[in-house]
Design a protein around this ligand. Structure first.
Ligand code: HEC
Length: 148
């Protein structure tokens, strides 16, 4: 009788463990799905913020102030042209952290109009904007930025 009880306990343990595993897996899968949905809404929010704060200089869809000069560089009046952020400029040479700092602290070039956004945007909003313009990068470049 005692033996039967022990076997029963072990079985019960196995069954509940199995359930927990399945539950965990389903949760994991649900999470993955949510992440994808999340990424889409992050990009949408980032796009909105981009158009509000950045497109005046970096152009519609991040093609740069002068799409003929996606790398930026000195402009006609000595002012630096805002480079493309869409992957045709050289923003993708920077790590995500580097981009974050560029945006938060602004440019230290003296002829640059790139403002510091530390007081205007939250860290999270800056990340949303980065997610947006990185989403415009060709797959090849995205792979150089694992995690994005
Ligand atoms: C008033 C014009 C202006 C606005 C507004 C502006 N930028 Fe810039 N940005 C520039 C210029 C000019 C440069 C080039 C600066 C340099 O080379 O020092 C630049 C450079 C950058 C760089 C570095 C790119 C590279 O290839 O090195 C990033 C990233 C960037 N801006 C992101 C943003 C984001 C994101 C916003 C909006 C939140 C924004 N900028 C708003 C003018 C602007």
């Amino acid at each position: 009788m005692k033996k039967l009880f022990v076997t029963g306990m072990i079985l019960a343990l196995f069954v509940s463990y199995g359930y927990a595993e399945m539950g965990g897996m389903q949760e994991g899968m649900g999470h993955g799905h949510e992440m994808m949905g999340n990424q889409k809404s992050r990009i949408a929010k980032g796009r909105e913020l981009y158009h509000k704060h950045c497109s005046v200089c970096h152009g519609e869809n991040a093609v740069g102030q002068d799409p003929g000069h996606p790398m930026g560089g000195p402009g006609p009046e000595g002012k630096i042209i805002a480079p493309a952020l869409n992957g045709s400029g050289h923003a993708w040479h920077h790590s995500t952290e580097g981009l974050f700092n560029d945006i938060k602290e602004g440019s230290d070039e003296k002829d640059s109009s790139m403002p510091a956004f530390a007081k205007i945007l939250s860290d999270e909003e800056i990340h949303l904007i980065i997610d947006y313009f990185q989403s415009l990068w060709p797959e090849k470049l995205k792979r150089r930025h694992p995690g994005h």
